[in-house]
Design a protein around this ligand. Structure first.
Ligand code: HEM
Length: 259
Protein backbone atom coordinates (compact mmCIF):
# COMPACT_ATOMS: atom_id res chain seq x y z
CA UNK A 1 0.00 0.00 0.00
CA UNK A 2 2.86 2.37 0.95
CA UNK A 3 4.62 1.50 -2.34
CA UNK A 4 1.37 2.12 -4.21
CA UNK A 5 0.84 5.58 -2.72
CA UNK A 6 4.55 6.43 -3.14
CA UNK A 7 4.27 5.58 -6.84
CA UNK A 8 1.21 7.77 -7.41
CA UNK A 9 2.85 10.64 -5.48
CA UNK A 10 5.90 10.49 -7.76
CA UNK A 11 6.05 12.59 -10.88
CA UNK A 12 5.71 9.50 -13.13
CA UNK A 13 2.75 8.25 -11.08
CA UNK A 14 0.97 11.61 -11.36
CA UNK A 15 1.56 11.66 -15.11
CA UNK A 16 0.13 8.16 -15.38
CA UNK A 17 -2.98 9.30 -13.47
CA UNK A 18 -3.29 12.27 -15.85
CA UNK A 19 -3.04 9.87 -18.79
CA UNK A 20 -5.63 7.40 -17.45
CA UNK A 21 -8.19 10.07 -16.48
CA UNK A 22 -7.54 11.90 -19.78
CA UNK A 23 -8.21 8.76 -21.84
CA UNK A 24 -11.34 8.04 -19.78
CA UNK A 25 -12.55 11.58 -20.62
CA UNK A 26 -11.76 10.90 -24.31
CA UNK A 27 -13.95 7.78 -24.20
CA UNK A 28 -16.73 9.90 -22.62
CA UNK A 29 -16.46 12.33 -25.54
CA UNK A 30 -17.09 9.51 -28.05
CA UNK A 31 -20.22 8.37 -26.16
CA UNK A 32 -21.43 11.94 -25.59
CA UNK A 33 -21.03 12.74 -29.29
CA UNK A 34 -22.82 9.56 -30.40
CA UNK A 35 -25.76 10.40 -28.11
CA UNK A 36 -25.84 14.06 -29.13
CA UNK A 37 -25.92 13.17 -32.82
CA UNK A 38 -29.54 12.23 -32.18
CA UNK A 39 -30.21 15.95 -31.92
CA UNK A 40 -29.86 16.04 -35.70
CA UNK A 41 -32.70 13.52 -36.30
CA UNK A 42 -35.89 14.97 -37.78
CA UNK A 43 -38.20 13.59 -35.09
CA UNK A 44 -38.86 16.69 -32.97
CA UNK A 45 -36.34 15.46 -30.36
CA UNK A 46 -38.00 12.10 -29.56
CA UNK A 47 -34.83 9.98 -29.93
CA UNK A 48 -32.66 12.51 -28.06
CA UNK A 49 -35.14 12.91 -25.20
CA UNK A 50 -35.58 9.17 -24.66
CA UNK A 51 -31.78 8.77 -24.80
CA UNK A 52 -31.43 11.51 -22.11
CA UNK A 53 -33.89 9.62 -19.88
CA UNK A 54 -31.90 6.39 -20.31
CA UNK A 55 -28.57 8.13 -19.55
CA UNK A 56 -29.90 9.75 -16.39
CA UNK A 57 -31.87 6.83 -14.94
CA UNK A 58 -29.83 3.70 -15.74
CA UNK A 59 -28.07 2.79 -12.42
CA UNK A 60 -24.82 1.68 -14.10
CA UNK A 61 -24.55 4.84 -16.19
CA UNK A 62 -25.39 6.99 -13.16
CA UNK A 63 -22.47 5.40 -11.28
CA UNK A 64 -20.08 5.90 -14.22
CA UNK A 65 -21.27 9.54 -14.40
CA UNK A 66 -20.04 10.20 -10.85
CA UNK A 67 -16.69 8.71 -11.90
CA UNK A 68 -16.78 11.13 -14.82
CA UNK A 69 -17.36 14.24 -12.67
CA UNK A 70 -14.57 13.18 -10.28
CA UNK A 71 -12.22 12.47 -13.21
CA UNK A 72 -12.88 15.92 -14.69
CA UNK A 73 -11.99 17.61 -11.39
CA UNK A 74 -9.05 15.30 -10.68
CA UNK A 75 -7.58 15.67 -14.18
CA UNK A 76 -7.98 19.46 -14.13
CA UNK A 77 -6.51 20.11 -10.68
CA UNK A 78 -3.70 17.56 -10.92
CA UNK A 79 -2.82 19.05 -14.34
CA UNK A 80 -2.63 22.54 -12.85
CA UNK A 81 -0.50 21.26 -9.98
CA UNK A 82 1.93 19.51 -12.36
CA UNK A 83 2.15 22.65 -14.54
CA UNK A 84 2.90 24.74 -11.44
CA UNK A 85 5.60 22.29 -10.28
CA UNK A 86 7.17 22.29 -13.75
CA UNK A 87 7.27 26.05 -13.80
CA UNK A 88 8.93 26.18 -10.39
CA UNK A 89 11.51 23.53 -11.35
CA UNK A 90 12.44 25.25 -14.60
CA UNK A 91 15.79 27.09 -14.72
CA UNK A 92 15.53 30.86 -15.24
CA UNK A 93 15.39 31.77 -18.94
CA UNK A 94 14.01 28.34 -19.92
CA UNK A 95 11.01 29.90 -21.63
CA UNK A 96 13.27 31.57 -24.19
CA UNK A 97 14.64 28.20 -25.33
CA UNK A 98 11.44 26.17 -25.33
CA UNK A 99 10.45 27.32 -28.79
CA UNK A 100 10.73 23.86 -30.40
CA UNK A 101 7.49 22.49 -29.00
CA UNK A 102 4.30 23.84 -30.66
CA UNK A 103 2.43 26.58 -28.75
CA UNK A 104 -0.47 24.31 -27.79
CA UNK A 105 1.74 21.70 -26.13
CA UNK A 106 3.28 24.52 -24.03
CA UNK A 107 -0.21 25.85 -23.17
CA UNK A 108 -1.96 22.67 -21.98
CA UNK A 109 -2.74 24.14 -18.54
CA UNK A 110 -4.36 27.23 -20.06
CA UNK A 111 -6.29 25.19 -22.64
CA UNK A 112 -7.38 22.77 -19.89
CA UNK A 113 -8.53 25.63 -17.63
CA UNK A 114 -10.58 27.10 -20.49
CA UNK A 115 -12.14 23.66 -21.05
CA UNK A 116 -12.97 23.34 -17.34
CA UNK A 117 -14.71 26.73 -17.48
CA UNK A 118 -16.58 25.58 -20.60
CA UNK A 119 -17.67 22.33 -18.92
CA UNK A 120 -18.90 24.16 -15.80
CA UNK A 121 -20.95 26.63 -17.91
CA UNK A 122 -22.16 23.84 -20.20
CA UNK A 123 -23.31 21.65 -17.32
CA UNK A 124 -25.03 24.62 -15.65
CA UNK A 125 -26.92 25.24 -18.87
CA UNK A 126 -28.08 21.70 -19.71
CA UNK A 127 -27.25 19.17 -17.01
CA UNK A 128 -28.31 21.31 -14.02
CA UNK A 129 -31.35 22.64 -15.88
CA UNK A 130 -32.46 19.10 -16.79
CA UNK A 131 -32.02 17.82 -13.22
CA UNK A 132 -33.25 20.81 -11.20
CA UNK A 133 -34.79 23.36 -13.60
CA UNK A 134 -38.30 23.74 -15.02
CA UNK A 135 -38.00 21.69 -18.22
CA UNK A 136 -41.29 21.31 -20.15
CA UNK A 137 -42.78 17.94 -21.16
CA UNK A 138 -43.72 17.01 -24.73
CA UNK A 139 -46.20 14.40 -25.94
CA UNK A 140 -45.16 12.43 -29.04
CA UNK A 141 -47.51 10.36 -31.19
CA UNK A 142 -45.79 7.64 -33.22
CA UNK A 143 -47.64 5.56 -35.81
CA UNK A 144 -47.11 1.88 -34.96
CA UNK A 145 -47.11 0.92 -38.66
CA UNK A 146 -44.65 3.70 -39.58
CA UNK A 147 -42.37 4.74 -36.67
CA UNK A 148 -40.94 7.60 -38.76
CA UNK A 149 -44.34 9.31 -38.67
CA UNK A 150 -43.97 11.30 -35.45
CA UNK A 151 -46.06 14.27 -34.37
CA UNK A 152 -45.69 16.19 -31.13
CA UNK A 153 -47.37 18.77 -28.91
CA UNK A 154 -46.64 20.34 -25.52
CA UNK A 155 -47.90 18.22 -22.60
CA UNK A 156 -49.66 20.13 -19.86
CA UNK A 157 -50.69 17.27 -17.55
CA UNK A 158 -48.58 15.66 -14.84
CA UNK A 159 -46.57 12.41 -14.91
CA UNK A 160 -44.33 10.78 -12.33
CA UNK A 161 -40.68 10.80 -13.40
CA UNK A 162 -39.13 11.82 -16.69
CA UNK A 163 -41.07 9.63 -19.12
CA UNK A 164 -44.30 7.65 -19.57
CA UNK A 165 -45.48 5.67 -22.58
CA UNK A 166 -48.50 3.67 -23.68
CA UNK A 167 -50.21 2.40 -26.82
CA UNK A 168 -53.69 3.67 -27.73
CA UNK A 169 -56.66 1.25 -27.42
CA UNK A 170 -56.84 0.77 -31.22
CA UNK A 171 -53.13 -0.28 -31.23
CA UNK A 172 -52.44 2.30 -33.94
CA UNK A 173 -50.39 4.85 -32.03
CA UNK A 174 -47.61 4.75 -29.45
CA UNK A 175 -47.74 7.77 -27.15
CA UNK A 176 -44.59 8.96 -25.35
CA UNK A 177 -44.63 11.78 -22.81
CA UNK A 178 -41.10 12.87 -21.98
CA UNK A 179 -39.10 15.68 -20.36
CA UNK A 180 -38.02 17.83 -23.32
CA UNK A 181 -34.29 18.49 -23.10
CA UNK A 182 -34.21 18.90 -26.89
CA UNK A 183 -36.24 22.11 -26.69
CA UNK A 184 -33.79 23.46 -24.07
CA UNK A 185 -30.85 22.76 -26.39
CA UNK A 186 -32.68 24.33 -29.36
CA UNK A 187 -33.52 27.47 -27.33
CA UNK A 188 -29.97 27.87 -26.03
CA UNK A 189 -28.48 27.69 -29.51
CA UNK A 190 -30.71 30.53 -30.75
CA UNK A 191 -28.19 32.88 -29.09
CA UNK A 192 -25.41 33.78 -31.53
CA UNK A 193 -22.90 34.51 -28.73
CA UNK A 194 -23.42 31.09 -27.14
CA UNK A 195 -22.97 29.40 -30.52
CA UNK A 196 -19.75 31.40 -31.06
CA UNK A 197 -18.54 30.43 -27.58
CA UNK A 198 -19.22 26.73 -28.28
CA UNK A 199 -17.37 26.84 -31.61
CA UNK A 200 -14.39 28.58 -29.94
CA UNK A 201 -14.45 26.03 -27.10
CA UNK A 202 -14.32 23.21 -29.66
CA UNK A 203 -11.17 24.86 -31.09
CA UNK A 204 -9.67 24.79 -27.58
CA UNK A 205 -10.72 21.13 -27.22
CA UNK A 206 -9.06 20.29 -30.57
CA UNK A 207 -5.65 21.67 -29.55
CA UNK A 208 -5.86 20.19 -26.05
CA UNK A 209 -6.52 16.74 -27.50
CA UNK A 210 -3.98 16.93 -30.35
CA UNK A 211 -1.25 17.14 -27.73
CA UNK A 212 -3.04 15.34 -24.88
CA UNK A 213 -3.93 12.09 -26.65
CA UNK A 214 -0.37 11.46 -27.89
CA UNK A 215 1.10 12.56 -24.57
CA UNK A 216 -1.09 10.09 -22.62
CA UNK A 217 0.45 7.18 -24.52
CA UNK A 218 3.95 8.52 -23.85
CA UNK A 219 3.17 8.77 -20.12
CA UNK A 220 2.01 5.15 -20.18
CA UNK A 221 5.30 4.16 -21.79
CA UNK A 222 3.59 3.15 -25.03
CA UNK A 223 6.00 4.98 -27.24
CA UNK A 224 6.99 2.54 -29.98
CA UNK A 225 7.68 3.31 -33.66
CA UNK A 226 5.26 0.48 -34.57
CA UNK A 227 2.30 2.21 -32.86
CA UNK A 228 3.21 5.90 -33.10
CA UNK A 229 1.58 6.24 -36.54
CA UNK A 230 -1.83 4.96 -35.40
CA UNK A 231 -1.67 6.97 -32.14
CA UNK A 232 -0.86 10.09 -34.18
CA UNK A 233 -3.73 9.37 -36.56
CA UNK A 234 -6.31 8.85 -33.79
CA UNK A 235 -4.95 11.80 -31.76
CA UNK A 236 -4.95 14.30 -34.59
CA UNK A 237 -7.49 12.94 -37.09
CA UNK A 238 -10.17 11.64 -34.72
CA UNK A 239 -9.82 13.56 -31.42
CA UNK A 240 -8.15 16.71 -32.76
CA UNK A 241 -10.25 17.24 -35.88
CA UNK A 242 -13.30 14.98 -36.44
CA UNK A 243 -14.74 15.01 -32.90
CA UNK A 244 -14.42 18.78 -32.25
CA UNK A 245 -15.88 19.53 -35.71
CA UNK A 246 -18.80 17.14 -35.13
CA UNK A 247 -19.52 18.80 -31.75
CA UNK A 248 -19.27 22.28 -33.31
CA UNK A 249 -21.79 21.32 -36.02
CA UNK A 250 -24.57 20.97 -33.39
CA UNK A 251 -24.84 24.58 -32.18
CA UNK A 252 -24.29 25.77 -35.77
CA UNK A 253 -27.05 23.47 -37.04
CA UNK A 254 -29.54 24.78 -34.47
CA UNK A 255 -28.62 28.39 -35.10
CA UNK A 256 -28.81 28.27 -38.90
CA UNK A 257 -31.28 25.48 -39.74
CA UNK A 258 -33.65 25.03 -36.82
CA UNK A 259 -36.65 27.35 -36.54
C1 HEM B 1 -21.18 21.07 -28.64
C2 HEM B 1 -22.05 20.14 -28.56
C3 HEM B 1 -22.58 19.62 -27.26
C4 HEM B 1 -23.90 19.49 -26.95
C5 HEM B 1 -25.09 19.84 -27.84
C6 HEM B 1 -23.97 18.93 -25.61
C7 HEM B 1 -25.16 18.67 -24.94
C8 HEM B 1 -25.25 18.21 -23.64
C9 HEM B 1 -26.48 17.98 -22.92
C10 HEM B 1 -27.87 18.22 -23.51
C11 HEM B 1 -26.18 17.54 -21.68
C12 HEM B 1 -27.15 17.15 -20.53
C13 HEM B 1 -27.71 15.78 -20.71
C14 HEM B 1 -26.78 14.72 -20.28
O1 HEM B 1 -26.37 14.72 -19.10
O2 HEM B 1 -26.44 13.86 -21.13
C15 HEM B 1 -24.72 17.46 -21.59
C16 HEM B 1 -24.01 17.02 -20.50
C17 HEM B 1 -22.63 17.05 -20.40
N1 HEM B 1 -21.74 17.49 -21.36
FE1 HEM B 1 -22.22 18.10 -23.22
N2 HEM B 1 -22.70 18.73 -25.13
C18 HEM B 1 -21.80 19.15 -26.10
C19 HEM B 1 -20.40 19.12 -26.00
C20 HEM B 1 -19.68 18.76 -24.88
C21 HEM B 1 -18.23 18.75 -24.78
C22 HEM B 1 -17.28 19.09 -25.92
C23 HEM B 1 -17.91 18.35 -23.52
C24 HEM B 1 -16.57 18.15 -22.89
C25 HEM B 1 -15.48 18.83 -23.23
C26 HEM B 1 -19.16 18.11 -22.82
C27 HEM B 1 -19.27 17.70 -21.51
C28 HEM B 1 -20.45 17.36 -20.86
C29 HEM B 1 -20.52 16.78 -19.53
C30 HEM B 1 -19.32 16.44 -18.63
C31 HEM B 1 -21.88 16.56 -19.25
C32 HEM B 1 -22.51 15.88 -18.01
C33 HEM B 1 -22.65 14.41 -18.43
C34 HEM B 1 -23.35 13.49 -17.45
O3 HEM B 1 -24.05 13.94 -16.55
O4 HEM B 1 -23.17 12.26 -17.57
N3 HEM B 1 -20.22 18.35 -23.67
N4 HEM B 1 -24.19 17.89 -22.79
Amino acid sequence: MAKFSAFFSSSIGKKLLMALTGLFLCSFLVIHLTGNLQLLKHDGGLAFNTYAVFMTTNPLIKTVSWGLYLSILFHAFLGLWLAYQNKMARPVGYAKHSGNAPWYSRSMAILGTLLLLFIVGHMADFWFEYKFGKVPYTEYHILVTNPDAVSSKPYTGHIEGKMAEYTTADNQTRVVVVKDLYVEVAESFREWWLVALYVLAMGVLAFHLIHGFKSAFQSMGLNHPKYNGIIRFIGIGVFGIAIPIAFAIMPLYFFFFHN
